[in-house]
Design a protein around this ligand. Sequence first.
Ligand code: ZN
Ligand code: ZN
Length: 298
Amino acid sequence: MPDGMSARFWGTRGSIAAPGPGTTHFGGNTSCVELTTPSGGILVLDCGTGARSLGNQFLAHAAGPVSATILLTHTHWDHIQGFPFFAPLFQPGNHFKVYGPEGAHLSLRDVLAGQMEHHYFPVELDQLAARIVYQDLREGVYQIDGVTVRAQRMNHPSPTLGYRIEAAGRSICYLCDHEPYFEDVWREGAPAGRLESILEAGDRRHAEYMQGADVVIHEAQYTPDEYPSKRHWGHSAYPYVVELAAAVGVRRLFLTHHDPSHDDECVAGIERKARELASRLGSPLEVCCAYEGCQITV
Ligand SMILES: [Zn+2]
Ligand SMILES: [Zn+2]
């Protein structure tokens, strides 16, 4: 892909893997997206259980050593459980850079090592044979593998970063996991659907972050009915995501991090309602629920 970026979903599920006959379309693996940059570099966005198949594909197509950059939004299980099953990490000669938000107490490397401590996993982090460099990130702008990565904090119970990736005049945002800062989006008496009418400064900043993006991948784990009993768990329902994306001129929105209790029929229903909402808002925004194997040209 010489002049753009492309993305492929390897895991679209939130919280815990949910394989079975009810999830064959949208998929049961947890968060993992492969992003190919204009120069052919690979960014792996999150390492949920979907990363296992991605790693196997890397090896199946590799003519020589494999290298890639892993960008973790945070270290909750559903975003790192595929890391110890990512087979290229076990091969000498391969090279990976692993970036993620700095934690409150431990470095990114130490948190990943904790997951592979012998109580939980038979192989320790230090036994991985590939050359691996770890780097903790804060909010800010980074140049990574020839693309610009803007990292911004999400509203989530653990330190979490969203990533806005820009290259060749294109932009894609990957925003998992995040919850509205406030229950009402719009300021009373102000015209809805405009950035300046967003009531809470954090939600306004979140919307501004995705302004004008070609593609936004955003979590939308809950239905509006489920959300009130799960407030402060760090996840969104689709109306918040669609309203914000429509207000700031996002072109295409992919909802992901589907709840493990939502079968294909339920997720398809969320997709239908999210599209109806975008159309009611008079927005040209295209909305899809991401499924495993879904490929996007940015
Ligand atoms: Zn998650
Ligand atoms: Zn999380």
